[in-house]
Structure formats: C-alpha cells, structure tokens
Design a protein around this ligand. Structure first.
Ligand code: HEC
Length: 96
C-alpha cells in the first residue's frame, strides 16, 4: 500500500501501480533516485505489458509524471525530479 504523502496522489499511484501486483513491490525498494523510478515506470509499461503502451488504458504522460513525482518524493533518494526523466519512454506509441 502507498501510505505516505498526499492521500490523493497515493490513491492514484495505488490504482495504476496496484493493477498487476501488490504495491509492496515499489514500497519495499531501496530509496531510488528519480531516473531509476522513471526507468521502473517505463519498464512496467513496456516489458511487463508486452509492449502495450500505457496509453492503451488512457494513461497520459502527465499522469505517469504525477506518479513519478509521488514515488520520488515519498520513496526517493532526495534528488530533484522533473518530467523530462520520462522523455526516454521509448514506448511503441508515444504518449500524448
Ligand atoms: C502490466 C502489469 C504491471 C503494472 C501495471 C505495473 N507493474 Fe510493476 N511489475 C510487473 C511485473 C510482471 C513485475 C515482475 C514481477 C516478478 O518478478 O515477479 C513487476 C515488478 C515491479 C517492481 C520490482 C522490481 C522490478 O523491476 O522487477 C517494482 C518496483 C514495480 N513493479 C513497480 C511498479 C510501479 C511503480 C508501477 C506503476 C507505475 C507498476 N509497477 C505497475 C507488472 C506491472
């Protein structure tokens, strides 16, 4: 469960990241930096969804950035984070 930080942001991350597995996966990681969290989000969207882009579910890059910012703030290593970390999304279909 995402229990830390802003409850609305936690609930949003819970809804999207709890779809396939327990959110204990992200919450029990060591404190990852922004780029590593971004890579995790990208990997979840590409590898584990068998190249079904996040957009298939209508999930936008802005939403993924909200989740990245939530993870980086509450489960991060303390570095600054911006949406450009998600630029190498490298998805089969680019996010809007
Ligand atoms: C489409 C299904 C799916 C979604 C949605 C998903 N994941 Fe995963 N995730 C997986 C699979 C599959 C694994 C690997 C499970 C295993 O090894 O047993 C995994 C593993 C992980 C791990 C463990 C480390 C690793 O890289 O294997 C983390 C951290 C993680 N996910 C975070 C997230 C976050 C954060 C989100 C939301 C942005 C998310 N997941 C959404 C399928 C998904």
């Amino acid at each position: 469960m995402f229990t830390k930080g802003d409850p609305a942001a936690a609930a949003h991350a819970q809804a999207i990241c709890g779809d396939c597995h327990s959110t204990d996966y992200p919450t029990t990681q060591p404190k990852l930096n922004c780029a590593t969290w971004a890579n995790e989000i990208i990997k979840m969207g590409n590898t584990f969804r068998a190249n079904i882009p996040w957009t298939e579910d209508g999930i936008t890059k802005a939403e993924l950035y909200d989740i990245l910012a939530y993870l980086n703030t509450n489960y991060g290593a303390g570095d600054t984070c911006s949406a450009t970390a998600l630029d190498p999304l490298n998805l089969p279909v680019p996010l809007p």
